[in-house]
Design a protein around this ligand. Sequence first.
Ligand code: S3P
Length: 443
Amino acid sequence: MKHIISINKKIGCFKNTIEVEGDKSLSIRFILLSSLSNGKCTAKNLLRSEDVISAINSVKKLGIKIILKNNYCEVFGKGLKGYRYKKNLILDAGNSGTTARLLCAAIIDAYHNIKIIGDRSLNKRDMGRIIKPLSKFGAKFIDNKKKLPLFIKGPKILKPITYNENLGSAQCKSAVMIAALKTNGKTKIRSVPSRNHTELMFKNVLKIPIKIKKTKKSELIEINGSTEFKKFNYEIPGDISSASFFIVLTLLAKNSFLRIKKINVNPSRTGIIKILNKMGARIKILNKKNYKGEIIADIFVKSRSNLKPINLNPKLNSSAIDEFLLIFLVASKCNGISKFIKLSELNKKESRRLDWGIKILKMMNVKVIKVKDHGIKIWGKPDLKLNKKYIIKNFLKDHRIFMVSTIAALSLGGDWKIHNSDSFKTSFPSFLKTLKSLGAIIR
Ligand code: S3P
C-alpha cells in the first residue's frame, strides 16, 4: 500500500456542490448513548471513520449488538445497567480522545478492572482531566502517569458530584454528564463554553429532564441520575470540521465557489465561519433548519483575494478548536499581521498542533513567532506563492495535519510529499475522493 501522496499542481477553478460525511462528535455520542438506551436505536448518515469504528467495537465488546448497513446503523441498547463486563476486558479507543474519555464515563459502574488502550498518539494525551472528576464519583483508576493505557473499576454505589469544567473541554463535560446518569442523585456541572451536543441530545433526543442555565461566562447543568431512557432514532448532519477544509480551499483558490450541503452549524462549532468572515471571507449560511436542537444548513463560500489579518478574541477559540491549522493557513495569505492567544489546548490534540502550525508555516517561509499566553503571530502576504519541495512526515498520523497540508499544497502550490496517506480516515474517509471530484490532482 502507498503511504505518501504527491501534489505538485494547484487546484484549478471549480464551481460545485458537495456533501461531507456525518459529524464525528455526534456519531460517537450516538453510539455510546444508544447503547445505554432501552431498545433498538437507529442512525442515518453515521460517520464510518476509524474513530467511530473504535467506539462501535468497544461498545460491542460490552455485549451490545450493533448492525451496520452502509451508513445506516442499528444499536440494540440494554439500558443504563446493560453492559456486560467480562474479566480481563480490553477496550481499544484507537486514535479517538472522545471515545476514550466518554467510554471511561459510560463504564464507570464496571465491576471488574477494565483496561482502556489507544494508539501511539492517544497514549500521549492527558487522561487526568477525566480521571479527576470520574474519581469523585467513586471510580478507581490504575493509570500510567494520567495517560493510557489505564484500568478503571467502579464502586458499589456511585455518588453524584459537583464539578467545575474550566478547560473548555466538551469531552470532560460530556464524560461527567454520562457518568451522572449512573448515579442515584443530582450532579451539578459549571462549565465554560464548549460544544454542547451532549446537552442537546440529553434534552431533545433522550428526553432526560436536565436543567441548563446559561450565564455570560458559563453554563450550569443539573442532571438527575438513574433516569432510564427509551430507544430513539437520529440522523447525523454533516461535520463542519470536515467541511472547513473545503471552505478554506475554496476561499484560497481562484474564481471558485462551493456549496456544502446539510452541515451542522451549531453555534458552538461555527467559530471558523465567524473568524474567516471577520478576515473578509463573506461565507454564507443558507436554508437553516432546526433538527432536535442542532441547526442544519448549507454553507456557501467564494474565493477571495483581499483577506484581512485578525487579532482574535480568544472567546472564539473553543468554537473553532479543531480548525486552527486552517485559520493559520488563511492568516498566511492576509495582508498584515494576525495574532492568536490562549491556544494551549491545541498542543493537547492528536499531535502538538500549535507547534505543527508554526513548523508548517516556517517551512512555507512565512514569518511566524510564538507570543506569550500560548499564542502566535503570523505575518501574512497576499502574494504568498510556494515553489519549493515540502515534505510533511512524523506527525503522529494526525488526520488534521495531513488534511491541512493537502489544502496548503492545492491552494498555494509547490511540490509536496505528504506521508501517512491513510491518516484522514480517522475522521473523513471521503476526503481525497471529494478533492478529486473538484479537479485536484493527487498521486
Ligand atoms: C470533541 C471535543 C473537542 C474536539 C474534539 C471532539 C467532542 O475536544 O477537539 O475533536 O466530540 O466532544 P475537547 O473537548 O477536549 O476540547
